[in-house]
Design a protein around this ligand. Structure first.
Ligand SMILES: [Zn+2]
Length: 584
C-alpha cells in the first residue's frame, strides 16, 4: 500500500511538470505553425504517450489492493488514461501501434477525391488539380440541392477510407492485447469502464437515455423526411424507408442545420438576427469577449485574469499560420487560462466565445484539486458545461445586455427551437452509434468482413438514415469520419448533449424560472452561480454521479430535461406528422 501511495505521489508530480511543458509546446505550435514547431510538438506528444503507457502499466499492478478512496481513484485514472493501450513490454507491437495510428490520422487529413476525367458533376467545385478535399466536398453537401452533386460528393469522400481497413483491423488486435494486459476484456470494455460504474451497466444506461429521447428524435426524423420528400420526390426520398444520408446537409448526417430552410415552419421568419445586432451596435471582437466574461461575473465568478487578455489569441494573424479552430486552454493547470480562436463578429462566434470561456471557468474552478483530479469527472461534462452556458443566450439576456430592444413574441420561438433541434436532437443517435459500432469491433462481434455492413445496420437502426447507394465490397465508411481513424472516443458527445439540458434545467429550477425552459437564462443569478461552482470545483475528485448531484440533486443522467426544453417543438412536430406514416 505504501508503494502505491508513493507511486501516486510521484506520478502526480511528473504529470504536472510534463503536462505544463507539453501544453506550452502545443500552444506555441498552434499559434505559430512551422516546420520546427510541428517537430517539437510531435516529440512532445510522443513523450507524453510514453509516459502515459508507463504510468498505466505501473498503476494496473496496484489495482487489486485495498487503498484509501482518493489513492484508488488516482490509480484508476492512471490505468484508464490511455485510449489505445499497447501491450506491456512488447516494443515491436508498441512501435507498430504508434505507426498505424499516425498513418490512419494522416490518411484522413490528406484524404481527397479525384474523379476520373469527364465522369463528374463536381467539376466547378474542384481545385486546380481536379481533386476535391473535405472542405470542397462539405461545401457541396452543405449547400447544394442537386441530388447528383450531393451523391457524388458523398460517395467521393468515402473513396479515402477503403485503404484504412486492414490497418484498422491490425490496430484493433494490438490494442485489444494491450487492454487485456491492463485487466480489461477488450478496448471497448476499457472505454466503458471510465464512467464510475460497471462497464455493462454503463452500456445499459446509455440505452435507457436513448429510449427516453427516441420519441422526440423519431418525430423530427419523420418531419424532415416528409419535407425532403417534398423537395426531392418519391424517387430520391421514399416515404417508407430511412433517409438517404447524402441529403441532410452534413457529410455524416450527424447534424442537420443546413437543411433548415427546407423543413422550416412556413411564415415564421426569425424574430431577430444577432449577427446584424452585433454590427448595429458596432461590437468589436474584444467587445464580444468582454460580454461573455460579463456573463460569468454576473453569476458570481471572479473576473478573468489580466494574463487571459495578454496571452489569448482573438484575431486571425495576417503574417502566419495558426489553428483557428476555437479552443480553451489552461497552460499551468492553475490560472493561466486562455482561448484561441479567430473571432468573426457574428452570432455563431458570440455563442462560441461563451462556450469556450465556460471551459476556462471550469478549468480554473477545479484547479483547487490535486493535479490528477484537475479534469472533468467524465468526458461528457466539459462540453456540456460550455454548451449549457450558450443555452443562456436567450432574447431576455440579449435585451439585458442592451443588444436587443424588444422581446420577440412566443410564436417566434418555434423556428429557433427547430433550428436547435436539427443540430442537437438530430445528433443524438449518431453520437450513440459511433461507439456502439466500435464496441462491436473491439469485442469481435464485427470482423473486418462485416465492419461496413455493421456500421450501416447501426446507422439505419438508430438514425433512420441509410446509404444512398450500394456500397462497394471494399468500402470502409466508418473511416470517413474523423474520430474513427483519429481514435477519439465518441460517447462523450452523446452524454454532453444529455447533460447540458440537465444542467440547464437544474439551473433554471434553482432560479425559480417558471416560463418555457428554452427562454430561461441564468444571467445575473449569483445563487445559481454559487451552486454551479460547487459542481465545477469538484473536478474529477469524486465520481461524476456525485458532481452531478452536487448541482442537480440527482445522481443519474436524466433525459427528461431535453424533452422539456423541446416540448413546444414536439407538440408542433406531432401536429405536422399527424397524417404521416412515421418509422422506417
Ligand atoms: Zn468545447
Amino acid at each position: 500500500m505504501e508503494d502505491a501511495i508513493q507511486f501516486v505521489k510521484e506520478a502526480e508530480a511528473t504529470v504536472s511538470r510534463e503536462s505544463e511543458a507539453a501544453a506550452r509546446t502545443a500552444w506555441v505550435n498552434s499559434n505559430f505553425i512551422t516546420y520546427d514547431t510541428n517537430w517539437l510538438s510531435a516529440k512532445s506528444s510522443e513523450k507524453m504517450t510514453t509516459l502515459g503507457v508507463e504510468l498505466a502499466q505501473k498503476a494496473s499492478t496496484f489495482r487489486d489492493l485495498d487503498l484509501p478512496a482518493d489513492v484508488a481513484r488516482k490509480i484508476n485514472l492512471l490505468r484508464l488514461g490511455l485510449t489505445l493501450p499497447a501491450p506491456a513490454g512488447d516494443t515491436e507491437a508498441t512501435a507498430e501501434l504508434a505507426q498505424i495510428t499516425t498513418d490512419l490520422e494522416a490518411s484522413y487529413g490528406k484524404g481527397k477525391y479525384c474523379p476520373e476525367d469527364g465522369k463528374t458533376v463536381l467539376g466547378s467545385y474542384a481545385r486546380p488539380d481536379g481533386c476535391l478535399s473535405l472542405t470542397e466536398l462539405e461545401h457541396v453537401i452543405g449547400s447544394s440541392s442537386n441530388p447528383d452533386e450531393l451523391l457524388e460528393a458523398w460517395s467521393g469522400w468515402r473513396t479515402i477510407s477503403p485503404a484504412m481497413k486492414d490497418k484498422y483491423a491490425r490496430m484493433v488486435d494490438i490494442a485489444n492485447a494491450g487492454a487485456e494486459g491492463l485487466g480489461f476484456k477488450d478496448v471497448g470494455t476499457m472505454w466503458r469502464s471510465k464512467y464510475d460504474m460497471d462497464a455493462d451497466a454503463f452500456a445499459g444506461d446509455v440505452d435507457r437515455l436513448w429510449g427516453e429521447v427516441k420519441p422526440l428524435y423519431d418525430a423530427l426524423q419523420c418531419h424532415v423526411r416528409a419535407k425532403l420528400n417534398e423537395s426531392y420526390g418519391d424517387e430520391v426520398v421514399p416515404l417508407d424507408q430511412a433517409i438517404p444520408a447524402h441529403l441532410l446537409g452534413n457529410m455524416w448526417a450527424q447534424s442537420w442545420g443546413n437543411v433548415y430552410d427546407k423543413v422550416a415552419p412556413e411564415g415564421t421568419a426569425p424574430a431577430y438576427d444577432l449577427t446584424a445586432l452585433l454590427a448595429e451596435k458596432n461590437y468589436s471582437e474584444l467587445d464580444m469577449v468582454k460580454t461573455a466574461e460579463g456573463f460569468f461575473t454576473s453569476v458570481g465568478f471572479d473576473p478573468l485574469p489580466e494574463t487571459f487578455y495578454e496571452r489569448s489569441l482573438f484575431l486571425k494573424p495576417e503574417d502566419r499560420d495558426v489553428v483557428c479552430h476555437a479552443s480553451a486552454w489552461n497552460l499551468n493547470d492553475i490560472d493561466d487560462i486562455r482561448i484561441k480562436m479567430c473571432i468573426k463578429v457574428d452570432a455563431e462566434d458570440f455563442q462560441t466565445i461563451h462556450h469556450e470561456i465556460g471551459h476556462n471557468i471550469y478549468q480554473r474552478a477545479y484547479s483547487v484539486q490535486d493535479p490528477l483530479f484537475r479534469n472533468d469527472p467524465n468526458d461528457g461534462f466539459h462540453e456540456a458545461i460550455g454548451d449549457m452556458i450558450a443555452l443562456s443566450i436567450t432574447p431576455d439576456y440579449l435585451q439585458q445586455i442592451g443588444l436587443l430592444e424588444d422581446l420577440p413574441p412566443a410564436e417566434a420561438d418555434l423556428g429557433i427551437l427547430l433550428r436547435q433541434a436539427l443540430d442537437k436532437v438530430a445528433f443524438l443517435p449518431f453520437g450513440l452509434m459511433v461507439d456502439k459500432w466500435r464496441w462491436q469491433v473491439f469485442s469481435g462481434e464485427l470482423t473486418p468482413d462485416s465492419y461496413n455492413d455493421g456500421w450501416w445496420k447501426l446507422r439505419e437502426q438508430y438514425q433512420g438514415v441509410r446509404a444512398p447507394n450500394d456500397r462497394p465490397a471494399d468500402a470502409f465508411d466508418p473511416g470517413a469520419k474523423f474520430h474513427i481513424p483519429g481514435n477519439t472516443p465518441y460517447m462523450r458527445y452523446f452524454l454532453s448533449h444529455i447533460f447540458q439540458f440537465q444542467f440547464q434545467k437544474a439551473a433554471c429550477d434553482l432560479a425559480g424560472w417558471e416560463g418555457p425552459l428554452h427562454r430561461c437564462s441564468i444571467y445575473g443569478n449569483e445563487a445559481v452561480g454559487e451552486k454551479f461552482n460547487e459542481m465545477l470545483e469538484m473536478g474529477a475528485s469524486k465520481p461524476w454521479q456525485d458532481a452531478l448531484a452536487a448541482f442537480t440533486g440527482k445522481s443519474e443522467a436524466d433525459a427528461t430535461a431535453i424533452l422539456a426544453y423541446f416540448a413546444p417543438l414536439k407538440e408542433w412536430l406531432d401536429e405536422q406528422n399527424a397524417d404521416r406514416e412515421c418509422g422506417w
